[in-house]
Design a binder for this molecule. Structure first.
Ligand code: HSE
Length: 347
């Protein structure tokens, strides 16, 4: 397929995907018959640019990395907002990577609905719309005969959505438990080495793990969003963010971390959900002091881990990056390659 990509938002994740697409351009064409150009970018901070024949992705990256606005790009139409970019350009696939709001889902929810109604595919790492309305958005995509994919909303490019949907198909998944937030896991790892909470958070921001507003990470809201998504999409039980008990890591002090160490334990922020006998769901995000022989205790840095409890295989665990520029950018490539495969009829 020939993808005419339009980025709505062009922060670290969008730039990460662009780097991967540039570096792997030939391999993707040869191996998967996957071809792409970027026709438009619209970002509230960086401005916007559109050229129906395609933009020079290398020049765009250089421009953005030097801190300049997209208006400085040498050609193309400037000044289109996100909705105009979705509706009025020749794009066939929108990459929605604006900031996340798990409570309202906006502005991404409107972007995605607009794109699907305009019969454009959407790939997105934005958790907000998936938390808010995943099932209806998937129905809207189906109605318009386009795709809406969001592998990167949980565990970044570590493919948990595809794992549950395709690879574990035929199992009944009754629950899950895991480390779902990279920023807090990174902070807890650094604190155990003696780094202060503030310095560890600053470093997590520099490394591109934290959300634009890191309060969502440290207060457990980001992990909560992922619990809601996995419960709705994988356990197929409808819950909202209000149904999840939540506590973040802000109350965990250096002393708590050191005390755990002397007890042979380690603090982790755990997200979980379980289908109970009466069919209801118990969902939670809570810091837990795990013994070091618990497999989740060994998962450090920004690495995430997720165990699905299945009827045929028992617990199945996947461990991998859960955040980061390229790691999350790669999740978008998984979605694009899936669309490519399905449009070619390779499934
Ligand atoms: N801020 C998130 C994290 C990014 O730290 O895990 C990935 O959702």
């Amino acid at each position: 397929m020939h993808f005419k990509l339009a980025f709505i938002g062009f922060g670290t994740v969008g730039q990460g995907l662009t780097e991967i697409l540039l570096e792997k351009k030939e391999m993707l064409a040869e191996k998967f018959d996957f071809h792409w150009i970027i026709v438009a970018i619209s970002d509230t901070m960086k401005g916007s640019v559109y050229d129906e024949r395609g933009l020079d992705a290398k020049k765009i990256l250089a421009l953005v990395k030097s801190g300049k606005k997209l208006d400085n790009y040498s050609s193309g139409i400037k000044g289109m907002d996100s909705i105009e970019t979705i509706k009025k350009t020749n794009t066939n696939t929108i990459i929605e990577v604006t900031f996340t709001d798990v409570k309202t889902g906006e502005p991404a929810l409107t972007h995605i609905k607009t794109a699907l109604n305009a019969k454009k595919n959407v790939v997105s790492t934005n958790k907000g719309p998936v938390v808010k309305d995943a099932l209806n958005l998937l129905k809207l995509a189906e109605k318009n005969r386009v795709f809406y994919s969001f592998e990167g909303v949980v565990l970044a490019g570590t493919p948990v959505i595809n794992l549950a949907k395709y690879t574990l198909a035929g199992n009944k998944i009754n629950g899950f438990k895991g480390i779902l937030n990279g920023t807090t896991n990174y902070i807890l790892t650094r604190m155990e080495e003696g780094t202060s909470y503030e310095d560890a958070l600053k470093k997590a921001q520099e490394l591109g793990y934290a959300e634009a507003d890191p309060t969502g990470d440290i207060e457990g809201l980001d992990a909560l969003g992922k619990v809601v998504i996995l419960t709705n999409v994988v356990l197929e039980k409808k819950i909202t963010w209000k149904d999840v008990e939540r506590k973040g890591i802000t109350k965990i002090s250096k002393e708590d971390v050191e005390k755990a160490k002397t007890e042979g334990k380690r603090w982790k922020l755990i997200g979980s959900a379980e289908i109970l006998k009466d069919g209801t769901v118990k969902a939670k995000v809570w810091p837990q002091k795990l013994p070091l022989n618990d497999p989740l205790a060994g998962v450090c840095e920004a690495t995430n881990a997720l165990t699905f409890y299945t009827d045929e295989l028992g617990p199945v665990t996947i461990i991998g990056p859960g955040a980061g520029r390229r790691e999350t950018g790669y999740a978008l490539l998984i979605d694009l390659l899936n669309i490519n495969r399905q449009q070619r009829g390779d499934f």
